[in-house]
Design a binder for this molecule. Structure first.
Ligand code: FRU
Length: 428
């Protein structure tokens, strides 16, 4: 239990991911994914595709719409330098009958004066409820702004519908866009309170538990200057990530109230990204993605999927595998994948992510010279990564193989026999 978190209700601090936990982060056979090679065909060669999520029912199951499953993803033109993509991110949808071959549907929202709030959209989640689509997203910046700003608000576009034919699925408006939540400055840090790296208040993730409707999100815990958190170490205090939660008092998926965070990582890590929960055997597995460079001074983590488990949604989360590390990239390709999303499949979990930076095999000088320095020695995958198969046993997890790039089976589909794929792994 940590004692640094200011709580307006005078209550106890949330469970913590501590420096002791994080100091134990270390690659092992059970936590390293096989090396990724570029796919024969990306999902869409004209697009960079990164953070991805399913269209789901209220109970969390993947929506089956006349035999199609749907994913939504952050996208940009693939002509852009990958580092620029966050500034223009647009949510597009893709659909598939077999979970392997994806068709591009197009942008989810029309961009006009009634379009999405913010100047671009960052990650979210999507609910299909009684024929209506609720597309949750992070409204980043302000609509129509001339200079990019980094304000982040949790928003939803609702009112969308889905039409299908034999060969096509279309998500159509008109949409109504609402801001759902902004940070309150007490549980959740505001932009002006932020002391270090850019603050976070993003990645709304819809979740229902025992009939109660929630949104989880990525946030930060306010740590005022002069606080005695982290033994008073000001540099460590700037790393203050949290997993936020809000509740809908009526179950209305467009009305939420902030509640105290589920978990925080003050003195440990600045970004607990895209939080989501998988319920299994009466326990709650909470997953986040985080980066090597967002760990506090004196700690060394990886770009990885981290996980925690508790006996109830608001329970005492303990890090999985002792440190929290669940799935990372091989040491010789440490940035090959990011933004992992775990979902239930029978006895196992499947984990999707996007194919991120990998190194040139043999860069030719001509190829390299036209690129800015930051892009010269690496390429951007910009498509879905191979799906990773995980076994879960109490507080322990184990990587047991992969599926193809962007192969996303639903629970009713058998997993192919042939994908015990550790043979491809290069030594740690
Ligand atoms: C993770 C992330 C999300 C954010 C998005 C912006 O990959 O940082 O938290 O919504 O990327 O592109």
């Amino acid at each position: 239990m940590n004692e640094h978190t200011p709580r307006p209700d005078g209550g106890v601090a949330p469970p913590a991911w501590t420096r002791d936990h994080a100091a134990a982060i270390e690659r092992s056979d059970d936590t390293v994914a096989p090396i990724i090679y570029p796919p024969e065909a990306p999902v869409d060669p004209e697009l960079h595709i990164w953070d991805t999520w399913f269209l789901r029912e209220r109970d969390g199951s993947i929506a089956d719409i006349d035999g199609y499953r749907v994913i939504l993803a952050l996208t940009s033109s693939s002509e852009l330098l990958p580092g620029k993509r966050h500034d223009v991110a647009t949510i597009r949808y893709f659909y598939s009958r077999d979970g392997e071959n994806w068709e591009t549907g197009g942008p989810v929202f029309d961009v006009d004066e009634k379009g999405p709030l913010g100047s671009r959209q960052w990650a979210g989640s999507a609910l299909y409820d009684e024929g209506t689509v609720y597309a949750y997203y992070t409204a980043s910046g302000r609509r129509g702004e001339e200079e990019l700003t980094y304000t982040q608000r949790l928003a939803v576009g609702h009112g969308g519908t889905v039409e299908t034919t034999e060969n096509e699925l279309r998500i159509e408006g008109p949409w109504t866009h609402d801001v759902l939540l902004e940070p309150d400055g007490e549980y959740y840090e505001t932009e002006s309170q932020s002391r270090g790296m850019i603050y976070t208040f993003r990645d709304p993730w819809f979740f229902e538990d025992d009939g109660t409707t929630y949104l989880l999100f990525e946030a930060n815990t306010p740590v005022p200057e002069g606080s005695d958190a982290c033994g008073g170490d000001a540099a460590q205090q700037e790393f203050n990530g949290s997993v936020g939660i809000a509740e809908s008092p009526t179950g209305d998926p467009t009305e939420f109230e902030l509640r105290p965070p589920l978990l925080d990582a003050v003195c440990v890590n600045q970004e607990l990204e895209r939080p989501h929960v998988v319920r299994r055997d009466g326990r709650y597995y909470l997953f986040i993605s985080s980066h090597d460079h967002t760990f506090a001074p004196g700690l060394d983590g990886y770009d990885a999927l981290y996980g925690f488990v508790a006996d109830s949604l608001h329970g005492e989360y303990e890090p999985l595998n002792g440190s929290g590390l669940v799935l990372t990239n091989p040491v010789n390709a440490p940035f090959q994948a990011y933004s992992w999303l775990a979902y239930d499949h029978g006895d196992e979990l499947l984990v999707t992510s996007f194919f991120n930076y990998f190194e040139f095999d043999r860069p030719s000088l001509d190829e390299v010279a036209v690129l800015p320095e930051s892009e010269q020695l690496r390429r951007f995958g910009g498509t879905l990564a191979p799906t990773v198969r995980l076994q879960l046993d109490g507080n322990e997890t184990k990587v047991v193989g992969t599926l193809g790039h962007g192969h996303l089976p639903v629970a009713s589909e058998e997993l192919p026999e042939s994908w015990w794929d550790r043979g491809e792994r290069l030594p740690n």
